[in-house]
Design a binder for this molecule. Structure first.
Ligand code: PLP
Length: 514
């Protein structure tokens, strides 16, 4: 039973329930993937034969389970809602088709993502077009389809009006906002609604923007939107977000607009580890950073990660991206809809009071991460300053989320064997730059692998395969395959070949542009 629906339950008990559930949740997301690997090991072997290594594998059943939990949370608390798959987390036709089959809408970030979701027949009224530098082509496509456009800046308003003038279509728009006091909730490069961000209008300009849209004969105001970042581990960010969005909604209503949509973006967190594992890791890292000689390095080159700015404080605090949350994925949504605002009402009640706008949530990571694994071959082992380093036949460009801020993902050697002895190791990539570490945090492996064995990295279904996929060092991009619960397989992205990267020796490279 969801914690919120235990009526009369005290906050402490609710927290304990959430804590306990988290322990289960973090174990189960890795254990569930482990169970999927065991169940489909023959198929995975066949896929490796066909597609080679490294290989990204998505389990559609896990994606469906995550989507179902979001829907269930909303059905119980506030049913006027759209769960929109953030396509950027796993941008390919297969994931979009699966999302459509699961009844999801879409958050798109380019004309290309928009074209794909339209081709897969996601309802335009369930599509939100985001981006801070939308092209005329992107706006034309959104206008033509009747998708929602999350307006980002003044120039975009002008461009959209200019494009709308050429058609008989009016733009259906949300206004995206920034400038909320939300710094430090996730890594600086992933915070998207505070002050230092390129996205959206500043909340101080809201009155002017609402009046500007109200006066437009070409644009229909439909609501407001924000996206506060990714891996938002604490509910505080969303609580502050709702306080601000409701103030903005009041301002919009005062300027004569009605709020049909309230889009709170994505950002729902994934528990990469259990709370106990997370606390043990951060405690060890802190001891090490505070020069406790008894503690060996737990991060590469003693990278301080979330303690970067806090080492000198009397009580250092982890800031930025967190790898554990008491409220992972849909549990965060349950929790924040039940939150009491400063006025005393719950978020849910306030939504009712402002006319039951359609609530849009745009999960990417929390829908996809725990549905995916990446398998790579172990190529070599060495010791660096006394630490095990396992080099894999993949690079950080095949696990791109790591390039924004170094992440920590559970990993294992396949298959598990009786008599395995856990060891800690850093995982290195194969690219020609020193920062190419697949894990800059030491991971606990079930045993030290031998060259030729396979290593699996768990929770790589979001922002790993495609996010910064490149041909660094000339490597072709690996395949991405999906396994459905009935054992059928889909190739979501085929492995590139030598020719895809380098062409043929006989290719003429000159182009006559006259
Ligand atoms: C506007 C918008 N919505 C949703 C998302 C998805 O975020 P997450 O994957 O953290 O759920 C993003 C991610 O960048 C985004 O920019």
């Amino acid at each position: 039973m969801p914690a919120h629906s235990a009526s009369g339950t005290s906050t402490d008990t609710r927290r304990q329930v959430a804590y306990h559930r988290d322990e289960m949740e973090a174990r189960t997301t890795t254990n569930r993937l482990d169970a999927q690997i065991s169940r489909h090991h023959t198929l995975i072997g066949q896929l490796v034969e066909r597609c080679g290594l490294p290989l990204h594998v998505l389990f559609v059943e896990e994606m469906a389970e995550n989507a179902h939990r979001f829907r269930q949370a909303l059905n119980e608390q506030y049913e006027y809602a759209t769960v929109a798959f953030a396509v950027k987390s796993n941008p390919c036709r297969g994931a979009i088709r699966a999302a459509k089959q699961l009844g999801l809408g879409a958050d798109v970030a380019s004309e290309y993502e928009l074209q794909a979701v339209l081709e897969e027949q996601i309802e335009p009224s369930e599509i939100v077009c985001n981006g801070n530098a939308k092209s005329a082509n992107y706006l034309d496509m959104a206008l033509h389809a009747g998708a929602l456009i999350a307006l980002d800046n003044e120039n975009e308003i002008e461009l959209l009006e200019e494009r709308a003038r050429r058609t008989t279509k009016r733009g259906t728009v949300l206004i995206r906002f920034r400038g909320m006091p939300l710094s430090g909730l996730t890594s600086d490069d992933q915070t998207t609604a505070a002050d230092w961000t390129k996205f959206g209008f500043h909340i101080h300009d809201a009155k002017h923007v609402f009046a500007r849209i109200a006066s437009s004969r070409l644009l229909d105001f439909r609501g407001i939107s924000a996206h506060i970042g990714t891996q938002i581990a604490s509910p505080v960010g969303y609580e502050l977000l709702f306080e601000h969005l409701f103030l903005l909604a009041d301002q919009a209503r005062q300027s004569g607009q009605s709020i049909d949509y309230l889009d709170i973006g994505g950002g729902f967190p994934v528990s990469f580890f259990s709370r106990a594992e997370w606390e043990a890791f951060t405690a060890r890292l802190l001891k090490r950073l505070q020069s406790d000689a008894a503690e060996e390095s737990v991060t590469w080159n003693d990278l301080p990660m979330g303690y970067a700015d806090e080492q000198s404080q009397p009580t250092p605090r982890w800031i930025g991206k967190s790898y554990w949350s008491a409220f992972p994925a849909s549990q965060m949504l349950e929790r924040i809809l039940d939150h009491h605002l400063q006025t005393g009402e719950t978020v849910r009640d306030r939504l009712d009071a402002i006319g039951r706008p359609r609530l849009v949530v745009e999960p990417g990571r929390s829908l996809m991460a725990s549905a995916g694994i990446t398998i790579a071959e172990v190529i070599s082992l060495k010791e660096v300053l006394g630490h095990h380093v396992v080099s894999l036949d993949m690079g950080i460009n095949n696990h791109g989320t790591n390039l924004i801020s170094p992440d920590i993902f559970p990993a294992a050697v396949l298959p598990g064997k009786d008599g395995d002895h856990p060891v800690e190791a850093f995982l290195a990539g194969r690219l020609c730059f020193s920062g190419d570490m697949v894990s800059k945090a030491k991971v606990r492996l079930n045993r030290l692998p031998a060259p030729g064995e396979w290593c699996v990295i768990f929770h790589t279904g979001a922002y790993s395969a495609d996010h910064f996929a490149s041909n660094s060092c000339g490597f072709p991009r690996p395949a991405k395959a999906a396994i459905r619960s009935d054992g059928s397989v889909e190739i979501w992205r085929d492995r590139e070949t030598f020719t895809d990267v380098f062409g043929n020796a006989a290719d003429q490279l000159t182009l006559d542009v006259s």
